[in-house]
Design a protein. Sequence first.
Length: 213
Amino acid sequence: MQSRLTTPLSRADVEALAARLSDDERARARQFVFDDDRRDYIAAHALLWEMLDAHYPEMRGPFLLQRGSNGKPFIPTSAALPYPPSFNLSHARGLVACGVLQTSAAARNVSVGVDVEVIRAFDHQADIAAEYFSPLERESLAQLPMDSPQWLERFFDVWTLREARGKALGLGLSLPPEDDRSAWTFFQTAPTPDTRLAVAVNAPAANIYYARG
């Protein structure tokens, strides 16, 4: 699991990172309207390839990413790679993160979800919490003043963990509120004072190693 700040990147840095991407990824990067969003997309996918190259040097060429019906990229199964790794990307303005999970015959259905968010106020946050958060999650928010920085921080603590769990399952925020969390491994950190990062793996006692760049 790695995260990386993107605001220090120069235009030349972004161009160098873009050279590591596939033709499809570069085409998708060109579709972004805003330079910052394009930078973050490129940085996130370059980080993915950096991590894959470190553990799967044979990945390039025959193992280029494919996309499912929902548009989510994945690594296809092949004779040379019967148990391809699970991976997940996330990017907020100025910060990207990537998780890569090695799988095996015994853990072929294990997947990883990653979410990063910038802590900020936006409309209907209380409504989102009321609709999507579990009773225990709502209770943890109710103990704090809604107009306090602590409320916002707690909201994004919950939000990122739910998003990471939903991404691991291929779902959104609409998760079963009472599923067995003992069957999961969670990790959460603050890469910067105004951001939150969460990782979820649908397996107990998974090893999560985090590096911040």
